[in-house]
Design a protein. Sequence first.
Length: 238
Amino acid sequence: MDLDRIPQHIAIIMDGNGRWAKQRGKERSFGHQAGAETVHTIAEAAARLGVKYLTLYTFSIENWDRPSDEVSALMNLLVNSLEEEIFLKNNISFRVIGEIDKLPADVQNSLNSCIKNTAHNDGMCMVLALSYSSRWEITEAAKQIAREVQAEKMSVDAIDSHILASHLRTSFMPDPDLLIRTGGELRLSNYLLWQCAYSELYFCDTFWPDFKEEAFYKAIEDYQGRERRFGKTSEQVN
Ligand code: IPE
Ligand code: IPE
Ligand code: MG
């Protein structure tokens, strides 16, 4: 791995918890618990490498339609697995994107306290996407822009891709350089659709609970072997 070319922003679709548990004859929630351990491992590894933003798809708006016992197990896990020590020890600040007001009050409280207590950390920023979906986020941005136009704070002609991006929940971060999806599925499942326009995509079969440092480094090495052209020719970018 080239330590001078670590992606600034890595986004991850943490998939495969349920299948990992099923393989072991256990309940799906057992897989989510194991997955929470992997979050700590990967957050520490990313911070150590100097990654600036780590954005983790934790719960999609579509995931609300799962059986209610699984949804409550996930909500409980959120309250119980936010370990501030790990953030403090690794100089990580914590943020969330998504429909946070839809989450149970105890979850909101524990998220808010973690955000507040880690705000001064200036190493990596770890972002959980919670009750998040990309189409929801883009629709909200469109509504906000429409309100500003209606209030005559902005003209229609001023709207461009920068204005739209600045109204997304991710406006405080650069776009992901690398998007990783574990668990073998080859789709984006409504995650960061706008932001990943030019991200390098990496898919692997490993279920999220088994995705440890080695697998993470392998994804970064793969990324470092890519040529990012952004529409230009190879000659132009070299
Ligand atoms: C990802 O694992 C975690 C969430 C979506 C909350 P899954 O729960 O989707 O696991 P699989 O894909 O069913 O194995
Ligand atoms: C995507 O995984 C959402 C998260 C990882 C939080 P899903 O398991 O919900 O995605 P689909 O249903 O397979 O597309
Ligand atoms: Mg899944």
